[in-house]
Design a protein around this ligand. Structure first.
Ligand SMILES: [Zn+2]
Length: 275
């Protein structure tokens, strides 16, 4: 038995505001993987956590949260170190966005690990069990700094407490076919934001979003239970896809959920909540 199995409880928050995200279907998939485990759907993460704070604490938490979100912004994609203190209007903007219902406007890239740290503080304020597996679905875009080419890259998911998965990241992070970029350079490619009759990449609010998110939910569960979210085998739900076509093949086009190895590992998760 893995260390995290005995105390497993899962919370799924939907802050995406996307009509393409079916949180109940995701919760059912989580229950299927973690048979017997309690999986709770909690709506918007920010609203839920702030709703757990009593006035006047909520104002203070909001201010701290806004400051941290402002500080987590990536202002220079090629710089590892960021301005620790953003101008006050930036924090004020973040505070106003906190009070809005999803979908909140997208247009900022956050440092994924700092966003995770910020959300972690909010989780403990809200009294969510520190041992619980928490997945936050957001439409906000985040990235990580890669040493290889010394710049930030957008990511679909960050693993931590909580795990955070981005619906905008699903569209923006995995690369589109090479021919698309060559075509655009030559002036006759489609804009990725426009329709794609071939369906070779995900679009905002794509009807395939929930099915694709199941794979990231599975990755969060494997991360939580085993410490290893990824698989190298294309076609396994845990494949770490860097290309849209690999993402769609692994999450939608494969004949099986997991490769043989991960199918066996997943089987050991069943009945975790009954331990
Ligand atoms: Zn696998």
């Amino acid at each position: 038995m893995y260390a995290n199995q005995a105390s497993c409880e899962m919370h799924i928050f939907d802050s995406s505001g996307s009509p393409a995200v079916n949180i109940e279907a995701l919760a059912d998939y989580g229950r299927e993987l973690l048979g017997g485990t309690e999986v709770l759907c909690q709506g918007d993460f920010i609203g839920y956590c702030l709703g757990k704070c009593e006035p006047p604490d909520v104002d203070q938490v909001e201010n701290e949260l806004a400051e941290m979100l402002a500080g987590a912004r990536v202002t220079e994609p090629t710089a590892r170190t960021r301005t620790s203190k953003q101008p006050q209007p930036v924090a004020d903007y973040e505070r106003r966005m906190l009070r809005r219902e999803p979908p909140r406007p997208v247009g900022v890239l956050y440092d994924g690990f700092e966003l995770c740290l910020t959300y972690n503080g909010l989780l403990s304020r809200a009294g969510v069990d520190a041992d619980a597996l928490v997945l936050v679905i957001t439409n906000q875009l985040f990235g990580t700094f890669e040493e290889d080419d010394s710049r930030y890259h957008a990511r679909v998911i960050i693993f931590g407490s909580p795990c955070i998965v981005s619906t905008t990241g699903l569209v923006e992070a995995p690369a589109k076919p090479r021919s698309q970029y060559i075509g655009r350079q030559l002036g006759f490619g489609q804009s990725p934001a426009m329709g794609d009759a071939s369906g070779r990449w995900l679009l905002p609010n794509d009807p395939r979003t929930t099915e694709v998110l199941k794979g990231y939910l599975a990755q969060a569960i494997f991360y939580y239970v085993t410490g290893e979210p990824f698989c190298e085998e294309r076609g396994c739900r845990l494949f770490n896809a860097h290309w849209q076509e690999d993402l769609l093949l692994s999450q939608l086009g494969s004949e099986r959920e997991f490769c043989e190895y991960h199918r066996i590992v997943a089987h050991t998760f069943k009945g975790v909540g009954n331990v």
